[in-house]
Write a protein that binds this ligand. Structure first.
Ligand code: NAD
Length: 349
């Protein structure tokens, strides 16, 4: 009985525990909310220390997908799955067994790649079910999502610059980018072409040299990064870079980047940014280009349609910024409200 009363299950529609002795599969699929449509969310494979840890992760992530899909304007709900296992032990049998579980949900959950799962794994799942995205382009897949993630982040930065600095272009705007990998490098290209001045930090020397040579970016150390005299800080590497140590150092008046989970503590650090008068573009809104890209596989991939949907990220952010200002709330709370309002309006139809 206590299961239904646990706080962490609040709002979840369905949680499925998948066990296949032959392949060694142990997975949990969590469907958080399907008001807007079937639940879409990737499958993460990790050697979780305990089943409880895996359950906590899948419940947290699936809830996050509901909010992300809602803000992205997708007609999809939120779900996620975790496979408990060693990433070096991936087999066709494991993913085909998993695909059969996904299929058994009749389309209420659609899976895709996430941490430690890739296109090959999705192609194996595809042998058992059509409820999978992120498959090979030869099978109708959408290809590398980082291009659309970068495009959405670029539009998001433009939106934030317009809102906070009143500038309609990025000419002369100084931007520091942490992480110039798959997304960061595409973002730097667009920012450079738009006339921004770039400062980059990474742990990968080659990536840094590429940005220096291609876009005239200035390479900085992590120690220098947060205190740089720039207009925008763009986190594009890892999570939790906005915390008690870094926020007081920031001279940037805008934070807008693609990294997931940028706030070490969502409640505490979104308020800290607001207090410091720093405009924060909520991570799950600005980085939705990738999920928009993959979701479009489901209706037959069309690049122009995807680009049109990715542009909407800028408009959504503008509404989120305005609501935050009007209601004197953080942009993080404003984004949550945007998602919740859309879901409840559809639920009431
Ligand atoms: P990536 O691994 O291709 O690139 C990450 C870059 O960050 C690499 O160049 C790496 O060297 C660098 N990096 C790692 N640790 C660092 C550190 N401590 N300091 C500085 N640099 C560091 O990843 P990606 O696909 O470009 O994704 C970047 C971020 O965006 C991640 O947080 C990811 O979860 C998020 N994201 C990506 C997508 C996508 O479509 N790829 C979509 C949504 C969100």
């Amino acid at each position: 009985m206590s299961v239904f009363h646990k706080l962490q299950f609040r709002g979840h529609e369905k949680i499925v525990f998948c066990n296949d002795a032959a392949s060694g599969l142990k997975a949990i699929i969590a469907i958080h909310d399907t008001t807007l449509g079937p639940a879409l969310g990737g499958t993460r494979l990790l050697p979780y220390a305990t089943e409880q840890e895996a359950l906590n992760d899948v419940l947290r992530l699936s809830r996050g997908m509901t909010y992300k899909a809602a803000c992205a304007g997708l007609h999809l709900g939120g779900g996620k799955a975790v496979i408990i296992g060693d990433p070096s032990m991936k087999t066709e049998a494991l993913f085909r067994a998993y695909g059969r579980f996904v299929h058994s949900l009749g389309g209420r959950y659609i899976t895709a790649e996430d941490m430690n799962t890739n296109v090959t794994n999705m192609d194996h799942i595809r042998l058992e079910t059509t409820y999978v995205a992120g498959i090979s382009p030869t099978l109708g897949g959408s290809g590398d999502p980082s291009i659309m993630t970068a495009l959405g982040t670029f539009y998001g930065i433009q939106s934030a610059v317009k809102y906070r600095l009143g500038k309609h272009d990025l000419k002369g705007i100084k931007i520091s980018v942490q992480g110039v990998g798959a997304v960061g490098k595409h973002l730097c290209k667009s920012l450079h072409e738009a006339g921004a001045t770039l400062f980059v930090q990474d742990i990968n020397e080659k990536n840094l040299n590429d940005m220096k040579e291609l876009y005239g970016a200035t390479v900085v150390s992590e120690r220098e990064l947060f205190g740089l005299n720039v207009d925008v800080y763009s986190p594009c590497a890892r999570g939790a870079t906005l915390n008690d140590t870094t926020i007081p150092q920031l001279k940037a008046t805008i934070v807008a980047g693609c990294a997931n989970n940028q706030l070490e503590n969502e409640s505490v650090h979104s308020k800290m940014l607001k207090k410091a008068n720093i405009l924060y573009a909520p991570d799950y809104v600005i980085n939705a280009g990738g999920v928009i890209n993959v979701a479009n596989e489901l209706s037959g991939y069309n690049k122009q349609k995807v680009e049109h949907e990715v542009i909407q990220i800028a408009k959504t952010l503008d509404v989120i910024f305005q609501t935050a200002e009007k209601r004197d709330i953080t942009t993080h709370d404003s984004a949550n409200k945007f998602a919740e309002d859309r879901i409840s309006s559809v639920r009431n139809v």
